[in-house]
Design a binder for this molecule. Structure first.
Ligand SMILES: [Zn+2]
Length: 444
């Protein structure tokens, strides 16, 4: 009976979802739906998530973060291109471009800052986060990444080699972004909508209730539909007769979730209005009772705000914010409150990102091989281009450092004994003074 009633609730939601919209098809970010799914799969998740956000909020209130942020933080990014049809196998130039968009948007260097209505100038924030493209991993797949809200919610197969995806690289220290085709949300033959992306929210593991059953760390990261990645992406995303403007802002938005931000209208209103009762937990953002609909409606003012802390005038909805669902033409800013929130997350629950290996140069063109793979007792590292000393760090799948070795490539080769490793998947991080590459090794 429990199962039946769970399904019934979801079906009811679908009908609310359909009837509240003039058009059947709708585009959305999967964040709220994903959290709902996680809460079903891992009881206690929502409570824990709220608790972590509450803790961050307290830290911000206590001025542990400077109001004006001048620090520059570097986050290393691994992009997994998991493609089935060749159009999904995005060119390097598109990936580089998306990283550039992230760097512009998180440093207020975007060209469209001029479009912000001047009434919001007092609260503009600069996050000071620099995204460094650490590695691109390409994986051909035959898997369809279906969104199935009736049974499983957001797909996770793109995050596992064994399910047709690509295993995360050390999610504690690297921001993993999977780019793939997210299949539309279907109800029978009716297309209900399209998820553009979804992100795993932050959590502070030490604060989780002991019985909460934390989601697998291998699923931590951001998933983006291949049509929404890069401002120079040649693919076109349409819903019905509407063509969606893509300017690389879906990743900006999803990475915002990854750093703990909520939608500016509060996450309770994904399927309708929230009567201004839902809030994003950020003081300086004007509240909204619902999302923008991928438009640029500057007359939208759905809630009366009297407690923003920086003005006593009722402000219109902040459609220029990256955490709304406005057209990507209109989005151009985070607020200072959002920046404080993100930096508190980055230096708190996500501080592992700041302790990644400090290799700032992407050089994955170097030809490394490891064989045999799978391996049993030893593995050979081979490169036709590299000689001399090399540091080899072996991580388990959760990102825990297992071994840190110095080897010498003689005639391009070095042997590693694997006696101390149990069976399983490992990440070999090969580093010399100019090159860095992470490779997966299966020990069986
Ligand atoms: Zn979102």
């Amino acid at each position: 009976m429990k199962t039946n009633s769970t399904i019934w609730v979801i079906v009811l939601s679908f009908f609310t979802f359909i009837s509240s919209q003039a058009q059947v098809s709708r585009i959305l970010c999967g964040d709220a739906l994903y959290k709902e799914y996680l809460n079903q799969k891992y009881p206690g998740f929502k409570e824990s998530y709220e608790k972590t956000l509450q803790q961050i909020s307290e830290q911000v209130k206590n001025n542990q973060i400077l109001k004006t942020n001048t620090t520059q933080y570097t986050v290393n990014v691994v992009v997994h291109v998991v493609w089935k049809d060749s159009v999904e196998n995005l060119a390097d130039s598109i990936i580089y471009n998306q990283i550039q968009v992230l760097n512009e948007d998180y440093n207020r260097l975007n060209a469209d800052t001029i479009n912000l209505r001047s009434i919001f100038n007092p609260i503009v924030g600069r996050a000071g986060i620099h995204f460094n493209l650490f590695q691109i991993i390409r994986k051909h797949t035959n898997t369809l990444f279906n969104v199935n809200l009736l049974s499983g919610g957001m797909p996770n197969q793109m995050k596992y080699d064994s399910l047709g995806g690509s295993d995360a690289i050390d999610p504690t220290h690297y921001l993993n972004i999977w780019v793939c085709k997210i299949q539309p949300i279907m109800f029978g033959n009716i297309q209900l909508g399209q998820i553009l992306g979804f992100a795993f929210p932050p959590n502070n593991l030490s604060n989780w209730p002991s019985n909460s059953g934390a989601p697998d760390i291998r699923e931590d990261g951001v998933v983006i539909d291949y049509r929404c990645f890069g401002r120079n992406n040649p693919n076109v995303l349409t819903m019905g007769s509407q063509t969606i403007t893509i300017k690389g802002r879906t990743p900006t938005h999803e990475v915002g979730h990854y750093f703990g931000l909520r939608h500016i209208w509060g996450d309770g209103a994904t399927l309708g209005n929230n009567n201004c009762t839902g809030d994003d937990g950020i003081q300086d953002t004007p509240n909204a009772n619902n999302q923008s609909n991928f438009d640029c409606n500057t007359s939208k003012n759905t809630c009366v705000d009297t407690n923003l802390g920086w003005t006593t005038v009722d402000m219109p909805d902040l459609i220029e914010n990256y955490m709304d669902y406005s057209s990507e033409d209109c989005m151009n800013m985070f607020t200072q409150g959002q920046v404080n929130w993100m930096i508190t997350t980055l230096t708190g629950p996500r501080s592992g990102l700041l302790n990644a290996n400090s290799i700032t140069e992407l050089n994955q063109s170097v030809n490394f091989q490891i064989y045999p793979n799978p391996a049993k007792e030893e593995v050979v590292i081979y490169s036709s281009e590299i000689q001399g000393p090399m540091n080899v760090r072996i991580y388990d799948i959760s990102g825990k450092l297992i071994q840190n070795l110095n080897v010498e490539l003689m005639n391009g080769k070095a042997k590693l004994k694997l006696n101390e490793l149990g069976e399983g998947m490992y990440m070999l991080h090969l580093i010399n003074e100019k090159h860095s590459k992470i490779m997966k090794l299966l020990v069986d």
